[in-house]
Design a protein around this ligand. Structure first.
Ligand code: DON
Length: 308
């Protein structure tokens, strides 16, 4: 397939942003984290980076939002770099078919979470990185990873969001304790959950997130942060597990690896073609951005970028 030029892509993004701005059925922001519940659902942004170094954007693409579970992609990359394949003794690689915060799978699997993107899986990954370090060291490493990936130092943690989640983290704490009962937690629960809530509270814009995703798209000129074989495997997990119990639907409708967050963001990768970030705070029933998923469908249809 012929590569689509930036000049052809820009009107596609403009059209999508225009239609999403006037959509009436936008979903509801995540209210279980009070700070996120008050974000204006009327916003929509999209940005993409191309192999030639161009970044295109439309809508609210420079408004910071809480990346939430999208952080799990980056902590996974850090953990694999640090621990290698021994990480897989603590977390599986299978879709769960369950909500991101479901507890039941843990009991069926002796405290081993199904994959690194459901909450207990990401908590196990954070716990693995934390081992022997202080939370501030792990968070500094994550921020450094993101800033290097995006080539932008203006990426920070929103403390109010972190504390808001921490004050309502009963379910994540319960899952961490359950994992601890099976020997699958190495640090005190409070340290691991405190680190996890802060990692989820990183603020980024669509432009920053699309730029940070370039290392997963296999661009020659992107910062090289993990090996090509790991890039393939992280993309495989994003495709199969990145949208929780809507992962099959996202693969069917969009055909690209993607990772969502309850802040309403989605990072999606069209290998060798584009790193894409979309954001709209209203969520669907599975906790993924309603308009974000719709926008990705539109973009995949217009570009033919599906991996299938
Ligand atoms: O642990 C939580 O519930 C949130 N910090 C992250 C969940 C999330 O983003 C799920 N994504 N759609």
């Amino acid at each position: 397939m012929e590569a689509i030029s930036p000049a052809e892509l820009q009107p596609i993004l403009d059209d999508i942003a225009h239609d999403m701005a006037s959509a009436t059925d936008r979903g509801e922001p995540a209210i279980y984290i009070p700070e996120l519940g008050s974000v204006d659902p009327g916003q929509f942004g999209i940005a993409l980076c191309l192999p030639g170094g161009e970044t295109l954007q439309a809508g609210d693409a420079t408004t910071p939002f809480s990346i939430q579970s999208i952080s799990k992609v980056f902590t996974l990359a850090i953990a694999l770099g640090r621990l290698g394949d021994s990480l897989w003794a603590r977390v599986g690689r299978e879709p769960s078919g369950l909500a991101f915060n479901s507890i039941v799978a843990l009991e069926h699997n002796n405290g081993i979470p199904r994959n690194p993107f459901v909450n207990p899986g990401a908590i196990a990954v954070t716990d693995a990185i934390l081992h022997g370090l202080q939370p501030r060291d792990v968070l500094a490493e994550l921020l450094q990873f993101l800033r290097t990936a995006a080539e932008d130092d203006d990426i920070h943690i929103d403390k109010d969001v972190a504390l808001s989640e921490l004050a309502h983290a009963h379910r994540n704490i319960a899952m961490a304790e359950f994992m601890a009962s099976h020997g699958n937690l190495q640090n005190p629960t409070a340290l691991t959950i405190g680190t996890y809530c802060h990692q989820c509270a990183v603020d980024m814009t669509c432009v920053q997130l699309a730029r940070a995703g370039r290392f997963l798209a296999g661009f020659a000129n992107a910062p090289r942060l993990v090996s090509p074989s790991r890039v393939r495997r992280i993309n495989a997990l994003m495709l199969t597990c990145g949208h929780y119990d809507a992962s099959g639907d996202f693969a069917y409708q969009v055909g690209l690896p993607g990772k969502s967050g309850v802040g309403g963001g989605i990072l999606s990768i069209a290998p060798t073609r584009a790193s894409i970030a979309v954001w709209s705070p209203g969520l669907n029933a599975q906790g993924n951005s309603k308009l974000g998923a719709l926008a990705m469908e539109r973009l995949a249809e217009a570009t033919g970028w599906s991996v299938f």
